[in-house]
Design a binder for this molecule. Structure first.
Ligand SMILES: [Zn+2]
Length: 309
């Protein structure tokens, strides 16, 4: 059974609080298990959620501010400690390669795990992963920062009743899929006549940015959007100055981009009552809204209904 869900490890920006650990998110996307922005305490948060180092296939870092990457040393060493047998890919802004090198070898350890180090060199860089394409977009923050989105291509689901109505079976089905049409008793049957589109799913991860075009590009038609909302609208000026978003801005992006499920996170320690984030976001976004909490799981919404070929 395939599983697609977000596991929230931590939701605090800048400094952790009694209730909120530093950032950290795991996306389970069937066999692809991606750790985003591991902040301090990531190993222990993982332990609480049941995600193991061995589960991880990929690590994505948006930028090298401490709350998004100080969990890298522990996490990377843990891969070796647990003798993770597969290569784990790591992506981060290429301009921060020096920080990555230091974090990777922050202390002495017996390195056995293999990392595939693949920095993001340019805006729009695409990486083929299991279950889709990972795309990085340059965000607007005080240092080089990339947001990520995972796009699964649309697929095709054959309709058995239509196939049998045309008398198509066995290897002919494969040929129809490959070629796009098939001649049956002098009549041409197209793939669209016997199938429906299976809509691909989209996940987007937007951290630490002022509002910019890339935020919209990443969020476009996302089934699940995880986005920072460090501040409330009352601090809009401060947010812009610091290169951050407000709950209202994040919710408007989601609404204008056709997002189905919106997950707000990366909250400033100045706010103790997060219901204010929900109240503010609700005024702009009518879809499924989640105010992220540490150690919770957010399922990717069920696949959109297939449309006729
Ligand atoms: Zn941050």
């Amino acid at each position: 059974m395939s599983m697609r869900e977000l596991v929230v490890l931590g939701t605090a920006s800048q400094a952790p609080t009694r209730q909120r650990n530093h950032n950290g998110y795991v996306l389970r996307w069937d066999d692809e298990v991606i750790l985003f922005d591991p902040g301090e305490g990531t190993q222990r948060q993982l332990l609480h959620t049941g995600v193991t180092a061995t589960d991880l296939t990929r690590i994505c870092v948006t930028h090298f501010h401490g709350d998004h990457c100080l969990g890298l040393p522990g996490t990377i060493q843990r891969l070796s400690l647990d003798r993770v047998p597969h290569r784990v890919a790591v992506h981060f802004p290429a301009g921060g390669a020096e920080y990555f090198a230091r974090l990777r070898h922050a202390t002495s350890f017996h390195e056995t795990a293999e990392l595939a180090v693949e920095p993001i060199e340019a805006d729009g860089q695409r990486i083929t992963v299991r279950g889709g394409t990972l795309e990085a977009r340059r965000l607007r923050h005080s240092i080089e920062t990339y947001g990520y989105r995972l796009v699964e291509p649309d697929g095709c689901r054959m309709l058995p009743e239509r196939l049998s109505a045309y008398g198509i079976a066995g290897p002919a089905v494969g040929e129809l899929l490959r070629v796009g049409h098939l001649d049956v008793d002098g009549r041409r049957v197209t793939r669209d006549e016997v199938s429906v589109t299976r809509p691909g799913q989209r996940f987007a991860f937007v951290m630490d940015t002022a509002l910019c075009d890339a935020v919209y590009a990443l969020a476009e038609h996302a089934d699940l959007l995880v986005i920072e909302s460090t501040f409330l609208e009352s601090e809009t000026a401060l947010a812009a100055e610091a290169g951050h978003l407000t709950a209202a801005q994040a919710a408007r992006v989601a609404s204008e981009s056709g997002v189905r499920k919106l997950v707000l996170t990366h909250f400033s320690q100045r706010y103790s009552d997060l219901r204010r984030f929900a109240d503010e976001a609700r005024q702009h976004f009518a879809g499924d809204l989640v105010i992220a909490e540490d150690l919770t799981t957010v399922p990717v919404p069920p696949r959109r209904v297939a449309s006729a070929g």
